[in-house]
Design a protein around this ligand. Structure first.
Ligand code: MBD
Ligand code: FE
Length: 252
């Protein structure tokens, strides 16, 4: 796919961009060596995926959105798990005993194609952190079925499922990526978010996130993923936050 001309064009421009920044700031040999040590440390500590997610994955997602059309996509992040529990329409994601009393959320919306035709039988994966900012299956031995599920859209392309509200999430702050953000005077927090991954026969796999209007870090996501289209103004009804998100999905 990628031919010599494309590899040459892309890599040359990347190198040119880095050189321009080095010239602009008169980067010293000491700083150059610090950067080299940083990259070696990030590699040794397996922190390269987080480093790339934090600084560049959003760019790839923006390009994908521009090329494909439909609803704007978002970062997948590191915590998706295949084959999460199947949840019936109007069902509820499993929550740990200690999370049961948390603010409830009702996630609903509709999935259509670019012509507005409903996509029935599409699979919507939804996952989010615990209220203490951990992801099941990855952190603290939390069983992987909590706060995750798959919902199949109905004949009208609709989905509806209940869960609890997530809270802001701190990416690992003790590794090289966290240290770099701290050294830049930045923080390591993401705004509270729901993750969505939608698959339907013959359609492009659509990955998205939803953020909450007025929430902490919505204007200052350390991964720079938030865009206006993904910030939901939730309504509260009977103490339940209603998070309504429609998805328009292009063909594969
Ligand atoms: C997350 O939970 C996340 O969603 C992203 C994009 C990066 C790190 C952690
Ligand atoms: Fe996340």
């Amino acid at each position: 796919m990628a031919d010599t001309a494309r590899i040459n064009a892309v890599v040359s421009d990347i190198v040119e961009g880095i050189r321009a920044a080095m010239f602009k700031h008169n980067v010293t040999y000491d700083e150059y060596q610090i950067a080299q040590s940083f990259l070696l440390d990030a590699f040794a500590k397996k922190d390269i995926p987080l480093l790339l997610t934090t600084f560049f994955n959003t760019t790839i997602v923006k390009i994908e959105g521009k090329m494909m059309g439909g609803s704007k996509p978002s970062l997948e992040g590191p915590y998706f798990i295949e084959d999460s529990p199947l949840i019936p329409q109007d069902g509820e994601l499993a929550a740990r005993e200690q999370d049961q009393g948390r603010m409830k959320a009702l996630l609903r919306g509709r999935v259509t194609d670019l012509d507005g035709k409903p996509l029935a039988g599409a699979t919507i994966n939804i996952w989010h952190s615990t209220p203490d900012g951990r992801y099941s299956g990855f952190h603290d031995g939390i069983a992987p079925h909590y706060h995750r599920g798959r919902i199949i859209t109905d004949a009208d392309g609709r989905y509806s499922v209940r869960t609890i509200m997530p809270t802001p999430y701190q990416i690992p702050s003790d590794g090289p990526t966290g240290a770099l953000l701290t050294a830049m005077g930045r923080h390591t927090w993401r705004p509270a978010h729901f993750h969505y991954k939608i698959t339907a026969l013959g359609m492009h796999t659509h990955i998205s996130q939803a953020y909450f209007e007025g929430g902490d870090y919505v204007d200052d996501d350390c991964c720079e993923d938030v865009c206006a289209e993904h910030v939901v103004a939730e309504k509260t009804d009977d103490g339940v936050r209603i998070v309504e998100v429609d998805f328009v999905i292009p063909e594969a």
